[in-house]
Design a protein around this ligand. Structure first.
Ligand SMILES: Cc1ncc(C[n+]2csc(CCOP(=O)(O)OP(=O)(O)O)c2C)c(N)n1
Ligand code: SF4
Length: 275
């Protein structure tokens, strides 16, 4: 565990402290979970914790997390990624993890820029935003992660905010307790490279979904997922109970792979079949 190398004021600090409180309140001990991350500012997250971790390639967080979960579904598996990492380089993996309902928890630190490489546009950067790499402004429309999750029938789709730690802690706890793929997009101010989506900007717009809001209504969830701009909803936008992937695979559904005895195959006998 080392001192965080993030800029003072970075939204990642709020996410780290919400996560620590969430795991403590959920009674999750460090040996009971593994954090998988890739490359980026967000991906440094497990470096500042004491837990099992796998730090891999940019955009490849979800395939590794899927492998760990399928090998040992007694382990809580958490994937942490930036918006570039998860929606750009790793976008195809996100689609399939949601579709399969792999039982992992995904926390996306969505600062709406590529932070580590100094502020290029990411898939969630607003159309028209000028950066050093996009001097004429971004030409493409931004990705809407919440609408993507609802459209793919993802079993848990939520939005948190790094500047609202208590609410984020509760969302993270709900995600950790959810049986299935839990997707939390976390609005994260990047004080160095995103001068648009600041703490003040979010503070004027975010609101909590009303207590009577029903996250089980997919059509209403889709409507809420489209809300962005003057008002930005925080909370569980969509939730649905669906069979988890590990329970659909015959060889592991009763007993995790790691608990099966290892019986090495008789390679000589196999090779003889080809003689
Ligand atoms: C395949 C690949 N492409 C590009 C890079 C360079 N790279 C490293 S970090 C990064 C940006 C990370 O941005 P994001 O995932 O949004 O996370 P943040 O740093 O903003 O938390 C890029 C483009 C890389 N390491 N690997
Ligand atoms: S560059 Fe942005 S995301 Fe990276 S540590 Fe600094 S404030 Fe945080």
């Amino acid at each position: 565990m080392t001192e965080p190398a993030w800029c003072p004021g970075c939204g990642n600090f709020g996410i780290l402290s919400a996560f620590n409180a969430a795991t403590e309140e959920a009674g999750l001990k460090p040996h009971q979970f593994t954090i998988v991350s890739g490359i980026g500012q967000a991906a440094k997250f497990p470096h500042y914790l004491q837990c099992n971790t796998f730090n891999g390639l940019h955009g490849r967080t979800l395939p590794v997390a899927t492998g760990i979960r399928l090998a040992n579904h007694e382990m809580t598996v958490i994937a942490v990624a930036g918006d570039g990492d998860c929606y750009g380089e790793g976008g195809n993996h996100l689609i399939h993890a949601m579709r399969r309902n792999v039982n992992i928890k995904l926390f996306v630190h969505d600062n709406r820029v590529y932070g580590l490489t100094k502020g290029q546009a990411s898939p969630t950067t607003a159309e028209g935003t000028k950066t050093k790499n996009q001097p004429f402004g971004v030409f493409s429309e931004e990705l809407n992660p919440m609408a993507l999750g609802v459209a793919l029938d993802c079993s848990f789709v939520a939005r948190g905010y790094a500047g609202d730690k208590d609410h984020l802690k509760n969302l993270m706890k709900d995600a950790l307790n959810h049986n299935g793929f839990a997707f939390v997009d976390i609005l994260q101010p990047c004080v160095s490279f995103n001068k648009v989506n600041t703490y003040q900007w979010y503070g004027e717009r975010v609101y909590h979904l009303e207590p009577e809001y029903d996250p089980g209504d997919r059509v209403k969830a889709f409507e809420r997922s489209l809300e962005w701009g003057e008002r930005i909803p925080l909370g569980i936008i969509y939730r649905k109970s669906r069979p988890v992937y590990e329970k659909r695979i015959p060889v592991i559904k009763e007993i995790p792979l790691i608990r099966r005895p290892f019986i090495p195959p008789d390679t000589d006998a196999i090779l003889k079949e080809f003689y």
